[in-house]
Write a protein that binds this ligand. Structure first.
Ligand SMILES: Cc1cc2nc3c(=O)[nH]c(=O)nc-3n(C[C@H](O)[C@H](O)[C@H](O)COP(=O)(O)OP(=O)(O)OC[C@H]3O[C@@H](n4cnc5c(N)ncnc54)[C@H](O)[C@@H]3O)c2cc1C
Length: 306
């Protein structure tokens, strides 16, 4: 509570071109459609705004939460104390030779479509995956035999003092759902992505097949954050297959339900709370642990005041 009062009191020191809101409901910014209010919610209009916000946080001793598309987070019902920085307006896009230069806040699927329209592959495998370019890099998102690290040429990153440096990816920094940004206090601002010339029609056919595959798995049928548990096959099968063996599809707590169509997805059936979703994920993990002795690792990040 003290933190909340302090951050709101200092809000007058923030001077940006973009929007600054108080008590913004996070449910409006997450694909689960749950989450209580953020004390302060800023939408920087450009990198200068972002630098001003980071400097504010630095001087006030506040750790901001950087929001991409909200597609891999579970925000608590109590919400987030402090400042949320919504990256969606950092969304410029251009091509320089065979490198895509793209702002971290652009939806990764929109970036893939923009490139495909111009006959470039690179991000195509992420078409129709929810979330931003920055979130995909932070998570080292992967699907359909691709992971974003493989096409990442550089990241322009901002530090807490507002300065920017260019990071060049190194193989040892990335792994399954691991990127160096998870352990460093840096904001992904712009990304360079390696592009390959491709036939537009063939590329779009492939991308439409990815979307159709996601639709067939019910990805867009109800609010979710995709896979709840990491799927690194350390247990010999995907996490969904293990959960399936226990017959947990359809299991409910409150408004949260293990998807009938994919056992590693928990959906919000309409009136779920973050607490419902969290309890259901815990219950599933407990059952897997008891029956098989495997410890499932959460992929969806718990954010805010729990
Ligand atoms: C229906 C559905 C299907 C999905 N399928 C897949 C899939 O096939 N493969 C897969 O890998 N994931 C999948 N996901 C999960 C999700 O789409 C990815 O994890 C995505 O990359 C998250 O991006 P985001 O922008 O939404 O990140 P958010 O959820 O907003 O944030 C995730 C983390 O990244 C940090 N972050 C975000 N942007 C920045 C930035 N610019 N700088 C610094 N930190 C930042 C946040 O602080 C947070 O810690 C799916 C989700 C849904 C809802």
């Amino acid at each position: 509570m003290l933190g909340m009062l302090r951050v709101k009191k200092s809000a007058g020191k923030i001077n940006i071109r973009g929007r600054l809101l108080s008590d913004e409901p996070m449910a409006a910014h997450t694909t689960y459609r749950v989450g209580g209010p953020a004390d302060l919610f800023a939408v920087p209009a450009d990198s200068a705004d972002l630098a001003a916000l980071l400097r504010f946080c630095h001087s006030e001793g506040i750790e901001p939460f950087i929001l991409g598309g909200g597609a891999n987070i579970l925000v608590s019902d109590r919400g987030i104390r402090g400042l949320v920085i919504d990256m969606t307006q950092i969304n410029r896009i251009s091509i320089n030779n065979d490198t895509l230069q793209v702002g971290a806040g652009l939806a990764v699927s929109d970036a893939a479509a923009w490139c495909a329209d111009r006959g470039w592959a690179g991000l195509h495998f992420l078409y129709s995956m929810p979330g931003s370019v920055g979130g995909a890099v932070w998570m080292n998102a992967r699907c359909y035999d691709g992971e974003i690290y493989e096409v990442l040429r550089y990241v322009d990153q901002m530090h807490p003092d507002g300065s920017t440096t260019r990071y060049l990816p190194r193989a040892e920094d990335f792994d399954y759902k691991i990127s160096p940004f998870q352990t460093a206090n840096r904001v992904i601002v712009d990304c360079g992505i390696a592009l390959t010339a491709a036939d537009r029609e063939t590329l779009w056919q492939q991308m439409h097949s990815y979307r159709a595959d996601r639709e067939s798995k019910g990805h867009f049928a109800a609010p979710s954050a995709g896979s709840v548990f990491k799927n690194n096959r350390a247990f010999g099968s995907p996490s969904g297959a293990i959960i399936d063996r226990l017959g947990l599809r359809g299991l409910r707590i409150g408004g949260a339900q293990v998807s009938e169509r994919h056992a590693n997805i928990i959906v919000n059936t309409g009136n779920a709370t973050a607490y419902d979703i969290d309890r259901l994920a815990t219950l599933v993990a407990e059952q897997v642990e008891q029956q098989f002795g495997f410890t499932l690792e959460r992929e969806v990040l718990k954010v805010g005041e729990w």
